[in-house]
Design a protein around this ligand. Structure first.
Ligand code: GBH
Length: 492
């Protein structure tokens, strides 16, 4: 009591977060509760992770780089889309974003301060090939060399995603983007070239990030670039071209990589969580995972479109060859899973054997209305991937949340809801790892507040607050939480 009374708000700030600033975040020493204060109480059980677990943060090129016209970068469909009125919150664009193209050294220091072992970023296709194909741009490639070198010299391993939605505008204009196989081939050429240039530095590569986000939202709902609303038949073909692009890229990466390079994918497949963890719902959730991800993850992992999908789509099903399916399911070294929300599933006497349980309006979510809170998704994602598809090496390539962060006049952000979210999700990841599902690392989304696609700068996902007027970065309380987690290799 006395202690509490004596700590004023100001001095609490100094104790808890006052040392943050841009300087190193201190880690508080691990204290063992004194026996005197709790005679007979059991020792606390920390949620310890295996030694060598790879903690990191993630970002994507268009969301953080800015420098839209620097050094010969060509336009992507997100430049075009964000510059059209009414497409993005307050007509904001990624022209400047976090200016990480110029401030990357500072951002690497943020990673280092938090103790990250790994960093997942994406390369901008139009920095490397300004027109999607044809002549490469050395200055673009140079940026990723410098970034990788900066990471490596700070003891942080680079993980690069080759496509995080910023399709070259030239390919959209010439071929209708993902509506054509030509785009898939162009992607493979870019993947091969990038790998040849960078695999001395970058040993871990993800092809594509989240098919459903760039195809379904971009070509069906029109909410994301390029803002199209295709009919089902054309949509399914675009989906097919996207998974084909991934497969062709895997082959191109392998053909051009130095020994020791690993290749994978980053997917936010629908995570079917059994509404009750008991039969018959367990079986229903496995079945649902295969069927609900038929057009993307399932065909990538199994090399076939499940019957349920082909029947449901009927005449609108994609056209493909058996050779396509072989390419699409080219063996991977690891699978990356982006985990945000659960999809609850229950057993049902129907042809599929499962039903998706609609969430009531009272279901809790974070600042983004779609971001329903369900920590158990971080247990079920690795379990399904391991159980259904026999995945032997996995990463959580994204997990994190938006909060209504407020920067106090003295430069702090007390994002207790983000800490609550992370603590609970990580506890479930701990369960998955403890049960032996082979998750090697975890990338928190995101290192920094950034351009949140159609939500612009209106929603903040970072563990560092960014003042977009000054480009100053401020570690939030969640950065301190994550630093403690990494330092102890355990969830607190
Ligand atoms: C990830 O997508 C992305 O990989 C990353 O770039 C992004 O910043 C992060 O999540 C946070 O959003 O507005 O109702 O149409 C996660 C999957 C797909 C979830 C698109 C939000 C839009 C829902 N996202 N979806 S809505």
């Amino acid at each position: 009591m006395r202690l509490l009374k004596n700590i004023s708000r100001r001095s609490f700030g100094k104790l808890g977060a006052g040392a943050l600033g841009t300087a190193a975040l201190p880690v508080t020493p691990l204290t063992t509760p004194s026996l005197a204060s709790g005679q007979g109480r059991a020792q606390p059980k920390f949620y310890a992770f295996p030694e060598g677990f790879l903690w990191g943060c993630a970002t994507a090129a268009y969301q953080v780089e800015g420098a839209a016209e620097a050094d010969g970068r060509g336009p992507s469909i997100w430049d075009t889309f964000s510059h059209k009125r009414g497409k993005v919150y307050e007509n904001q664009t990624g022209d400047v974003a976090d200016d990480s193209y110029h401030l990357y050294k500072e951002d690497v220091q943020l990673l280092k301060n938090v103790g990250c072992k790994v960093y997942r970023f994406s390369s901008s296709w139009t920095r490397v090939f300004p027109a999607g194909t044809g002549n490469p741009n050395d200055k673009g490639i140079d940026f990723y060399k410098r970034l990788a070198d900066e990471l490596l010299s700070n003891g942080i391993e680079p993980y690069c995603t080759l496509f995080h939605w910023d399709l070259p505008q030239a390919l959209q204009d010439r071929y209708g983007g993902w509506q054509s196989r030509e785009t898939a081939k162009a992607f493979a050429d870019y993947a091969g070239y990038f790998t040849k240039q960078l695999s001395g530095r970058i040993k871990n590569i993800f092809t594509t990030n989240e098919f459903s986000s760039f195809i379904d939202l971009g070509y069906r709902d029109g909410r994301f670039a390029p803002g199209l609303k295709l009919a089902p038949k054309e949509l399914n073909q675009a989906r097919h071209n996207a998974v084909l692009a991934h497969g062709l890229a895997v082959q191109a990466i392998r053909a051009n990589a130095q020994a020791g390079t690993k290749v994978g994918i980053a997917e936010n497949f629908v995570i079917a969580v059994p509404i009750i963890e008991a039969e018959p719902h367990l079986q229903a959730s496995s079945k649902a995972t295969r069927v609900l991800n038929a057009a993307y993850m399932t065909v990538v992992m199994e090399g076939k479109y499940v019957e349920e999908y082909l029947q449901e789509q009927g005449a609108n099903a994609p056209k493909f060859t058996s050779e396509d399916l072989k390419i699409i399911s080219s063996p991977l070294d690891f699978v990356g899973i982006n985990v945000y929300t659960p999809t609850y599933v229950m057993a049902e006497h129907s042809r599929n054997g499962f039903a998706v349980v609609k969430k009531p309006s009272s279901y809790p979510h974070m600042a983004s209305p779609w971001l329903d809170i369900g920590p158990e998704a971080l247990y079920w994602a690795p379990r399904h991937a391991g159980e259904i598809w026999n995945v032997k090496e996995m990463y959580i390539t994204e997990n994190g949340c938006s909060s209504a962060d407020v920067l106090t006049p003295d430069g702090h952000v007390y994002d207790s809801d983000r800490i609550m979210y992370l603590r609970n999700y990580l506890t479930k990841l701990h369960r998955a790892v403890t049960e032996g599902w082979p998750v090697r690392g975890y990338f928190l989304w995101s290192l920094l507040d950034n351009f949140e696609w159609a939500d612009g700068y209106g929603l903040r996902f970072g563990i560092h607050y960014v003042d977009f007027k000054t480009q100053k970065r401020y570690p939030k309380m969640s950065a301190q939480f994550y630093k403690e987690t990494i330092a102890r290799n355990a969830v607190l």
